[in-house]
Each structure stands twice: as structure tokens, then as C-alpha cells.
Design a protein. Structure first.
Length: 143
């Protein structure tokens, strides 16, 4: 198969998948109906939908990673400012602000693990982090 033929085939598949996506998402058609409308086999529609879902999931993860990166950059900037303010004023307000920023970063990165598990009701798990004031107060009120 020549490079030109491969490129043509790839473009053909992309165009077919675009049509499959439109019929599936916008027109809520079944795989069988899509296959009939496009004159292809239902298994091809199934493979196309699987490939599309994988592509969409990959794109969603990339979007999440971009948002995370932007949030981390903003936290870095805020932490630098809090550190400078603390150096200048020695105010605990800025020390606490920096600590909160570090805690937020750890949560965003998934570095914090739950300290305790409380089984409040059957099949309901309540997670509490050591530094989570809201959770601590709600747990004290419940007891």
C-alpha cells in the first residue's frame, strides 16, 4: 500500500467516523440504523464508536491536565507572593495562606490520603482529611 493510498484511507475513515458521531450523538440513532444510513456493516459502526470514545476520553484527559497545569501555575504564583509577604511582615496570616496553598496543591495532585474512614450508614463511606476543618466540624456535630 502506498503512502498516498494510506493517507486517503485514513481521511476516509476520519470522515466516516465524523458521520457516525453526528448520527449517534445528534440524531440518537442505533448502530444498526447508522450502518443502514451509511451503507456499512454494524460491526464497523461499533468499532468506529469504540475508537471515537477512546479519542474523546483522551481529549478529555488532556483538557483536565491543561486545567490542572494552569491551576498549579496560579498556585505557584500565589505561594511566591505569600512567601514574600511573610518575609516582609512576619505575619502569621501570610504563613497560614502559604500553608493553605500547599494543602490545595497536594489535594489537586492527589497527594493527600484519607486519615480515617467513618462508616456513618451502611454503604456510605465518609472520608476525612486531617486538615479538613469542615469535615471535622460536621463529624463533631454528628456525634
Amino acid at each position: 500500500m502506498t503512502k498516498r493510498h494510506k493517507r486517503h484511507k485514513k481521511v476516509e475513515i476520519q470522515e466516516r467516523r465524523r458521520k457516525v458521531a453526528i448520527l449517534y450523538l445528534q440524531h440518537h440513532m442505533s448502530q444498526e440504523d447508522i450502518a443502514r444510513a451509511l451503507g456499512i456493516h454494524q460491526s464497523t459502526v461499533s468499532r468506529d464508536l469504540k475508537a471515537l470514545e477512546e479519542q474523546w476520553q483522551k481529549e478529555a484527559m488532556q483538557t483536565i491536565e491543561k486545567v490542572k497545569a494552569r491551576e498549579l501555575a496560579e498556585l505557584d504564583m500565589m505561594e511566591r507572593e505569600a512567601a514574600l509577604q511573610y518575609q516582609q511582615t512576619k505575619s502569621l496570616k501570610w504563613f497560614n495562606a502559604r500553608l493553605k496553598i500547599k494543602e490545595r496543591r497536594a489535594r489537586l495532585l492527589g497527594l493527600d490520603a484519607p486519615v480515617t474512614l467513618n462508616f456513618a450508614e451502611p454503604f456510605q463511606i465518609v472520608f476525612r482529611w486531617e486538615d479538613d476543618e469542615d469535615s471535622r466540624h460536621s463529624n463533631e456535630e454528628a456525634t
